[in-house]
Every structure is written in structure tokens, then in C-alpha cells.
Design a protein around this ligand. Structure first.
Ligand code: 3PG
Ligand code: MG
Length: 397
């Protein structure tokens, strides 16, 4: 598979560099509540700036239908400029005269942020005219938004076909880490998949059983698999209509020689809230009015034991309702065990997804894993084995 051009290959001095970043950050009351995505793109922005390029940032925010203040990138400027430690020039559109003037007026090394690309329908449609209008304000294109690379939009895909295109440093790191996770991993490989629903991760599970040696299923979706094995899951979140699908996945795993680990015990409660009355039960002893809200200590011990037998872990989705104590216990315990082994390079550990990043931060181990991806949908599609349009467009032909 052809490799990517990186910033090492780009001549940046004096160039107008259109840089696609992902600034789709969580906000509350006009303030950025988690700046991880901002921090991730700083190396690329700084490098282009230091090498004398004009940095022209393109990004989307939310899923607007046309122009609306709630989704304006203007509100991200203070947090971005603060993190960068350098002024950021905001332009209230992403195409047209005003952009051309602002870019022309900027000095080499200065940083501009253009308004939400999704304010124009042409972005999501990957409309060639819109691609052209974006391209008019750049000499080269750098994509540093892996987390938006599952979208074949003008700013994530189209531009790579009309301008010399390069992977930014974060995109590069992400692709290298992910490739070490699943494409050519050190074996055996364990995947941990959690989260609420099987229905959202069907393709993922189907792909993983063919690729990994051990598949640990946690979270609400484990209940569907347990129900498929005839276990009473009480009032737990469970997609009873998908037990047939769960059985098919188990059969596929067997054929492929992939071992599936399901919880053998659980923390159960009658109420979905923090610190309710709860107890530890063996799977099979859940009462009709109880909910499974986390994997139990024996299940965790089993996973941790397995960690000593594998060389790579790929993780998406928490084990339990980790936002409610004490149902964060399994996720935190396994996260710490993974981190301990990643720290000493015994284990390649790659985790990704919005909830997963939050869980790793909560466990205090985000910095200790080999790589933590902030991508949600893109990380899932990558784990599903799909080609990501934004990545494919960067490959050297
Ligand atoms: C994300 O937040 O996952 C990315 O920025 C992509 O956003 P989207 O799902 O609205 O395309
Ligand atoms: Mg998303």
C-alpha cells in the first residue's frame, strides 16, 4: 500500500498551507471543556508556522444545516490561541474574497482559522466547485484530522485531489499507531470492545473476530451475548432481538480461532445512579429486577491474566457505566493494568473513541498507552477494517 507524504516532504516556506484539523471539541457555556483535539494539532500548526508557511486552518464544528452562531468556530478561537500561545486570525467564512484578502495580508508564519466548512452544503457533498473555492486560498493541503477522515467531504477528501497533499504530524502518528495495532500487530492481539449496544458495533465485531486472537466483550453489549448463551440478565440493557446475531458472531469467532471473553461475574444494582445499593454476583445469579452495570472482579482478573499472554491490545468502549461510581471499577482496573504493561513496552496498547478517551483520562492513564485516538467514528471504521476516504486520498499514487 502506498505510503503518505508527510511534512518532511513539503516545501512550506512562503506557502499558503490549507490545514484540515478537527476542532469539533466539546463546549459548555461558550467554553471548551476538553481541549485534547486542539492540543493534538499544535505540533503540525507550529511546524508549518516555524518553517515559514501561512497556516490556514479548515475545520467543521457540529452538524449545522447552514450558517448558525451556535456552530461558529469563532467561539473556539480563544482556547485555540491560548493553547498555541500565538494570536489566531479568524475569518468569518471559509471561501471567497474575505478569505483571499486575509490570507494575502497575513505574514509568513501567521495562523488563520476559517469559519466552519459545514456552513456550506458543498463541504459534505464534496462538491467540486466548493473544493475549487477552498483550494483557491491554498498552495498545498495538509490533513491532520484523522478523526474526520471517515468523511468524504470537500475539506477532508476533495482537496487532496486538487492540491499537493500531505499528512500532518498527528495524522502521521495516528496512522503509524493504528497500523501497529491491527494491520501488522505483534501477536497475540487482544481487542476490548465495550459500550452500550451490539447494534452499533456489529461490523466491528465481525471484522475483529477474523483479526484478533482474543476478543473481550464488555459494557451493555456483553449482556446481549450473555442472553444469547441463555443467561438471565434481568433488567440489564440488552438487545434481545440481536441474540441471533450474537450467536453468529460467536460461531464466526470459533471458526477463526478467536477466543471470546465475556464477563463471568458482575456488579448489579436496581437503580441507574451513582453509588446505589449494589452487589457482586456470578453471571447466572442476576435477579429479575437487577441491572448489570459493570463487570465483576473475577472477570477483571481474567482479562488482566490474559494481558500477560498478549503483545497488542486495541480498545474501544468501557466495561461498565463508568461515569457512575462504583461502576467505573472494571474499566479503571483494566486500564491501569494495560498502562502498566504499555509503560514498560511489554504491550502495544491503542485505544480510541470519545467514551474511551474519557475513560482513559478518568483512569489517569491516557499518557501511558502507546496511543490514544480522539477519533470516534473514524476509529470505529478503521477497526471495522474500512478504508477511510480522508486517508486514502493522501496515499502517494
Ligand atoms: C467527530 O467529532 O467524531 C468528528 O469531528 C466527526 O464529526 P461528524 O461525526 O459530525 O462528521
Ligand atoms: Mg462523531
Amino acid at each position: 500500500m502506498p505510503a503518505f507524504r508527510t511534512l518532511d516532504d513539503a516545501d512550506l516556506a512562503g506557502k499558503r498551507v490549507l490545514v484540515r484539523v478537527d476542532l469539533n471539541v466539546p463546549m459548555e457555556d461558550g467554553k471548551v471543556t476538553d481541549a485534547t483535539r486542539i492540543e493534538r494539532v499544535l505540533p503540525t500548526v507550529r511546524e508549518i508556522s516555524e518553517k515559514g508557511g501561512k497556516v490556514v486552518l479548515l475545520a467543521h464544528f457540529g452538524r449545522p444545516k447552514g450558517r448558525d452562531d451556535k456552530n461558529s468556530l469563532r467561539q473556539v478561537v480563544p482556547a485555540f490561541a491560548h493553547a498555541l500561545g500565538q494570536p489566531v486570525i479568524f475569518v468569518a467564512d471559509c471561501i471567497g474574497e474575505d478569505v483571499a484578502k486575509a490570507v494575502a495580508a497575513a505574514k509568513n508564519g501567521e495562523v488563520l482559522l476559517l469559519e466552519n466548512t459545514r456552513f456550506h452544503a458543498g463541504d459534505e457533498k464534496n462538491d467540486p466547485d466548493f473544493v475549487k473555492a477552498l483550494a483557491a486560498n491554498g498552495d498545498i493541503y495538509v490533513n491532520d484530522a484523522f478523526s474526520a477522515a471517515h468523511r468524504a467531504h470537500a475539506s477532508t477528501e476533495g482537496l487532496a485531489h486538487v492540491l499537493p497533499a500531505y499528512a500532518g504530524r498527528t495524522m502521521q502518528a495516528e496512522l503509524e499507531a493504528l497500523s501497529a495495532g491491527l494491520d501488522s500487530p505483534a501477536r497475540p492481539v487482544m481487542a476490548i470492545v465495550g459500550g452500550a449496544k451490539v447494534s452499533t458495533k456489529l461490523e466491528l465485531l465481525g471484522n475483529l473476530v477474523k483479526k484478533v486472537d482474543v476478543l473481550v466483550i464488555g459494557g451493555g453489549m456483553a449482556n446481549t451475548f450473555l442472553a444469547a448463551r441463555g443467561v438471565n440478565v434481568g433488567k440489564s440493557l440488552c438487545e434481545h432481538d440481536l441474540v441471533g446475531t450474537a450467536r453468529e458472531i460467536e460461531a464466526k469467532a470459533k471458526t477463526a480461532g478467536c477466543e471470546i471473553l465475556l464477563p463471568v461475574d458482575a456488579l448489579v444494582a436496581r437503580e441507574f445512579k451513582a453509588n446505589p445499593g449494589h452487589r457482586v454476583v456470578s453471571i447466572g445469579e442476576v435477579a429479575d429486577d437487577e441491572m448489570i452495570l459493570d463487570a465483576g472482579p473475577l472477570s477483571v482478573a481474567e482479562v488482566v491474566l490474559k494481558l500477560d499472554k498478549v503483545k497488542t491490545v486495541v480498545w474501544n468502549g468501557p466495561f461498565g457505566a463508568f461515569e457512575l461510581p462504583p461502576f467505573d471499577t472494571a474499566t479503571v482496573t483494566v486500564a491501569k493494568a494495560v498502562a502498566e504493561r504499555a509503560r514498560t513496552s511489554r504491550l502495544v496498547a491503542v485505544a480510541g473513541g470519545g467514551d474511551t478517551v474519557a475513560a482513559m483520562n478518568h483512569a489517569g492513564v491516557a499518557d501511558e498507552l502507546t496511543y490514544v485516538s480522539t477519533a470516534g467514528g473514524a476509529f470505529l471504521e478503521w477497526m471495522e477494517g474500512k478504508a477511510l476516504p480522508g486517508v486514502e486520498a493522501l496515499r502517494q499514487g
